[in-house]
Design a protein around this ligand. Structure first.
Ligand SMILES: *[C@@H]1O[C@H](CO)[C@@H](O)[C@H](O)[C@H]1NC(C)=O
Ligand SMILES: *[C@@H]1O[C@H](CO)[C@@H](O)[C@H](O)[C@H]1NC(C)=O
Ligand SMILES: *[C@@H]1O[C@H](CO)[C@@H](O)[C@H](O)[C@H]1NC(C)=O
Ligand SMILES: *[C@@H]1O[C@H](CO)[C@@H](O)[C@H](O)[C@H]1NC(C)=O
Ligand SMILES: *[C@@H]1O[C@H](CO)[C@@H](O)[C@H](O)[C@H]1NC(C)=O
Length: 449
């Protein structure tokens, strides 16, 4: 990962404005059509947008975008043309609205493997460990970095209510076209509220001359065109975190998996190192073990660290710190980052020390076998989602070991922000649910925490 973390937060460039404006013009009509068709209950609608802009910039700096092929001669065309589209358009996206499955509450509908990764089998590909992750459509651009760093299967569940289905469909195709690692590593699943099914496009939209380099802006452009009425409704919609995690986990067909959130970036080479490590562990260790990946948040102005030495340098300069340290310290506290930072240097991946001071709000990202307890789907929205699963792991007798010298990062230092009222309300509801959950777990494992 040689890209600057800040690169992803840069101000939109002039050419992007040109794209955005052209998209906007054409999409005003689209928004109208979406509204018309959606609210009149029709299942088919059409949209097209063309962008005309002259300053088509070639992608000039190799290795700058981690997801792009490093080998210059193998690099794909960096500009999507109409011809390109004809060859890749949605051919890999299989969606039949009547083929979804329901969650146990019937509130959500799930379609597994709407896009399968293309098997590009190369020698460094890790086939025994899969990265499971999830997110809403507006965060899909993170996959470029995730897939750039992780040389193995990635199973991602995407939340796609209503018109966001079409945004996801276009954008996933775009990412697959531009980034070989997305195409070859990532399989996609979708989830939506049962009462808000996807709107189906009859005609594929056309992305014309949008550069791969502007992948973040392309998504912004697509999202801007969601009807206001929809966005208002959407902002209040609860995100079913634990459903999403379970769907992503189920999409991993490997011996081991690592569950993350979509904006958590593993250090490059992690999948390969883990594969070697796990091969040994598989023979010698008990199944009830989970390997914690120390996680840091790094300043948006610095290059992403690629090894332990560089993360330690950033820590010493105040440009990196334990994930959530300021926002909510208990989140990663038990990992003991200060102990990890002082470990003697190790060239190979190893389990360095066990977690000895578990506390309830602990939410590590960890590697484990597939048969760990499910994420409890009674918890929807914010609060008590990942930590309840970790709590059950502890009750079920799992031991947590901290990995070294590998780690993961979150791009950008987090600061405390006012929590919205509805989010707080959700937390209150989930706190009540938690008392119920705790009772159930104590009964299930016949022991006190
Ligand atoms: C780049 O790809 C070409 C074509 O596949 C291959 O011949 C060449 O050896 C590769 N170069 C490097 C440095 O990997
Ligand atoms: C979608 O699935 C239903 C039910 O299995 C089937 O009857 C229908 O033909 C499918 N539609 C398409 C377009 O494949
Ligand atoms: C992905 O593969 C599964 C079987 O492994 C298949 O059932 C599914 O239809 C495939 N999806 C696509 C989009 O090809
Ligand atoms: C772990 O062991 C199981 C059962 O012995 C075997 O099937 C599997 O391939 C092994 N996985 C790895 C990563 O070595
Ligand atoms: C971290 O490790 C140090 C040194 O072993 C120990 O004194 C401290 O209690 C540990 N803290 C936590 C939270 O585990």
């Amino acid at each position: 990962m040689s890209s600057q973390c800040a690169q992803r937060f840069r101000k939109t460039s002039f050419s992007t404005y040109l794209i955005a404006i052209s998209i906007l013009t054409c999409w005003n009509l689209v928004g109208f059509l979406i509204l018309q068709n959606h609210y009149s209950g029709e299942q088919r609608w059409t949209f097209n947008f063309f962008t005309e802009y002259n300053q088509v910039s070639q992608f000039t700096s190799p290795g700058h975008q981690p997801g792009l092929l490093k080998n210059q001669t193998e690099r794909r065309p960096l500009i999507i043309t109409k011809q390109d589209l004809e060859t890749f358009q949605y051919s890999t996206f299989i969606f039949n609205v009547s083929k979804g499955r329901l969650d146990s509450s019937k509130r959500y509908t799930i379609h597994d493997f709407v896009v399968n990764r293309t098997d590009c089998s190369h020698s460094s590909y890790s086939d025994s460990i899969c990265l499971a992750t999830q997110g809403s459509v507006d965060r899909l651009y993170w996959l470029v970095d995730v897939a750039g760093a992780w040389e193995g299967d990635i199973s991602v569940s995407v939340f796609v209510p209503d018109v966001e289905f079409s945004v996801a469909k276009v954008y996933i195709s775009f990412l697959r076209h531009c980034f070989v690692n997305v195409k070859c590593h990532v399989s996609f699943h979708i989830v939506y509220p049962t009462h808000m099914p996807p709107l189906i496009t009859s005609d594929a939209p056309t992305l014309n001359k949008l550069t791969c380099k502007a992948y973040k802006e392309v998504l912004e452009g697509l999202l801007k065109e969601r009807p206001d009425k929809f966005v208002k409704w959407r902002n209040k919609l609860l995100y079913p975190q634990n459903h999403m995690r379970n769907v992503a986990r189920d999409g991993c067909h490997t011996d081991y998996h690592l569950l993350t959130d979509i904006d958590i970036l593993p250090v490059p080479g992690l999948a390969g190192d883990l594969q070697k490590f796990l091969k040994k562990q598989n023979r010698t260790s008990s199944n009830k073990i989970a390997y914690v990946l120390p996680t840091y948040e790094v300043s948006a102005t610095v290059s992403l660290p690629t090894n332990k030495q560089t993360i330690l340098q950033l820590v010493s300069k105040g440009q990196a710190r334990p994930f959530h340290q300021v926002v909510f310290v208990h989140n990663q506290y038990a990992t003991n980052h200060s102990l990890w930072e002082k470990l003697p240097e190790s060239k190979v991946l190893r389990a360095a020390y066990p977690i000895t001071k578990y506390e309830f709000f602990y939410e590590p990202f960890y590697v484990s076998k597939m048969d760990i307890p499910r994420h409890d789907e009674r918890f929807i929205g914010y609060g008590f989602t990942r930590n309840t699963q970790v709590f059950e792991m502890i009750m079920a007798g799992y031991q947590f070991q901290v990995l070294d010298p590998v780690f993961a990062v979150h791009c950008g230092l987090q600061t405390r922000r006012g929590r919205s009222v509805w989010r707080e309300r959700q937390n209150v509801i989930n706190r009540k649910l938690f008392l119920r959950f705790k009772k159930d777990i104590i009964r299930k494992y016949s022991k006190q925490p």
